[in-house]
Design a protein around this ligand. Sequence first.
Ligand code: SF4
Length: 962
Amino acid sequence: MTLLKRKEGSAARTGTSRLAGTFERLAATTATVDRRGFLIRAGLTAGAGLIARELPLNVIAPAAAAENVQTPAPGKTELKHTVCSHCSVGCSVDAIVQNGVWVRQETAFDSPINMGAHCAKGASVREHGHGEHRLRYPMKLVNGKYQRISWDQAIAEVGDRLLQIREQAGQDAVFWIGSSKHNNEQAYLLRKFVSMWGSNNTDHQARICHSTTVAGVAQTYGYGAMTNSFNDLHHSKAVLFIGSNPAEAHPISMLHFLHAKELGAKMIVVDPRFTRTARFAHHYVRIRPGTDIALVWGILWHIFENGWEDREYIAARTHGMDEVRKEVAKWTPEKVSEVTGVPEAAVRTAAEMLAKNRPSSVVWCMGVTQHHVGTANVRTLSILQLALGNIGIAGGGANIYRGHDNVQGATDVGPNPDSLPGYYGVAEAAWKHFAAVWGVDYEWLLSRFASKAMMEKPGTTVSRWFDGVLEKNEFVDQPSNLRAVVFWGHAPNSQTRLPDMKAAMQKLDMLVVIDPYPTMTAAMHGRKDGVYLLPATTQFETQGSCTASNRSIQWRERVIQPLFECKTDHEIMYLFAKKFGFANEMCKNIKVVNNEPVIEDILREINRSCWTIGYTGCSPERLKLHMHNKHTFNPTTLRAESGPCKGDYYGLPWPCWGTPEMKHPGTPILYDLSKPVAEGGLPFRANWGVAYKGDSLLAADGSATADSEIDTGYPEFDHVFLKRLGWWQELTPEEQAQAEGKNWKTDLSGGIIRVAIKHGCAPFGNARARCNVWNFPDPVPVHREPLMSPRRDLVQKYPTYDDKAAFWRLPTLYKSVQAVDFSKDYPLIMTSGRLVEYEGGGDETRSNPWLAELQQAMFVEISPQDALNIGVQSKEFVWVETPTGARLKVYAMVTPRVPQGTVWMPYHFGGWWMGEDLREHYPEGAAPIVLGEAANTGWTYGYDVVTMMQETKVSLCRVVRT
Ligand code: SF4
């Protein structure tokens, strides 16, 4: 189906060069990527190769991208090591730079993560080095038109206005939306920047992709992250993919899974839509959207019924499984089938495949997380893996594939409204820890905030910032409504309820975009003035570390100097900090060169502060060494077998304990008792006390990491525990001076951690994983119907939560939304997902001519029967109308991939507004090549009851002819 044919953009092609050094071989064998080469390259991998074969070839139009051929001038040629910025798999890219121009890219055959493979997005990242559709200089909206201004004017005008708002309405009247595409250092610096501005009103993309994972997994096991690695799937005997479509969303990860499949691993895919991943499954389970808890409890029902659970593991390493058993007992096969729509036999088959092919792994993504019960969904899967004894072993694990390239790292150390870097929270002790690290007085830091209460109150979330503008002030749990918003590397169309967002944009005093691309923000606001666009560089125009989904931290080298008038994000932070008067405090430990805080110094500050998650051993020097010695790491174990990194795991997957001098190798598999802590082993974290209602929360006798001198459960280490054990004297006098009165998280010397690990112990204790999270709304997860459920009979039986008053500073509705039956007027279930060609809100990738050719128009997938009923065929425009009153003009794609009664849309499009093409509203030349309706223009209300995640995987709509 050729929908549109684009001729915009150009991609340079160069001749093969004679290159010196290690990449000469590559140069000889791998010519510059032209269109044909690009398509082949994009299909080089097992995963991506399959994807290339599965591409909807009928939407590929003839290429225009390769027509513009460049011939590089002879001169200095360099190889720069970098990492693809389009997803969290972390594929390396070798960039060839001639005379400062990025002329070619290679696929990094020596990376243990991608082993010479890229998907279409990774194969075309060089387009960032051309920047045809980028912002080129600062701009301001004047009478509805963007006008060029200087950086000096931009910093002065934006800074003055923000200071004025701060003066009039307080620090919390500004909302700072950070980025999951910032590197770790920029993400960390932004959290520090906002802290010194005096607010917790900051957030980023993780809120709306995996905040429920972080909360659910952390509260069950101890850390909110993927437990194993993509590579470790080689060891799996069965894998359950649920709400995850890696063939499109994480293509190169499939390289590793398909290796396991070749060795005999079973593959189960649970998804409402028959995805490209489902195409390869041994067992495909089509689920009704929003019923994951019922399904997982149904699987566990068979496991308990047949005695397939790992009783020894449960007894030694978990707490609360008996309460889970009681809830699971209610989910008989018949009941599961009634609620989920899955045949009884299919549920049993899934249970048997997982139980009888151990180690078995579970992979989940946003199909699980983006629900108003997202945290509970996550917890059911976390518990399932505990019941099977699959956590802490090779081939098992909760493998949670994150989205953006650094969403894991930005979550770990970046702009979160409820935490300082390293998940320290925002209580007084956390602020005192960071005041010490930053070298500033706690009282000064406190004076920057409106009050101590506001300093310790979690901020608003990115999913709801516009309600912080529009809501009546009496219902907003902060002194003033929001009056200015800074989008610092974030796409607005990744959030729901866009008409409400637009209304909020119009009400703001000022709207600022800092980004390499204008994003849909620049075009959708409908304002005449008060909008500024400030051009930031991409990650290829700076250097720094980024954390892949498996917790490996990789160092990107600067490929090219900033294009046009773009500045790095950390330089922009520094310029604003200067304007606001706290640049000296922000950079007390950080050297500044030409207004740019030195990235290595920022990472060293992270190393000195984030003890909680072991971001302390990963010095810039160690990370650079790994990047340059990728070839020495084993692609299955990720361990270096020779060379200068010998014994380390690739990218020092966190926690990488202690100081860099301790040379901890990183932790490839979380909670793995088979290794000493010093070699990457870990128990579950003692993060919720030592007992609950008389039950011990510490691990059973005999359950400890290899070589542990304490062969039973133990609490987290602090100065008192160390003294009781008689190990205090092993600290040096300098360490003792710093560690006195501290625990392993706040001891800036690292001595407590060093001594604990020396004795084979985990600094955070040795506990049981929690199946009962008593501090959550549902301590044991229970099924609750989606807010927009068409099953009104089940809404009565499985209702949602009561409305909440002040939740992340805003009132939040549950029952009052669910009470309205929209299904009569909007009879189709609506769900959404990802395409292989695009990423996130799509501004970068839709601006890339190579990718734009592959997906040229927004569409809705609709079943043949529904299409027949409506009287619509593929290639015809339809209106998708939702209960918000919004309507989206999109192409129909009639396909049995979706079942009757359900439609699916990709969420990467933007730049149309309910049928209107907004191209002329972008700055001249800066609109993406492909525009289309944003799925989220029509998306409805619904937020997770723990994290404020938006409910974007199940809603209602109707489809009508145009
Ligand atoms: Fe690898 Fe993801 Fe980039 Fe594709 S988008 S090349 S899978 S990092």
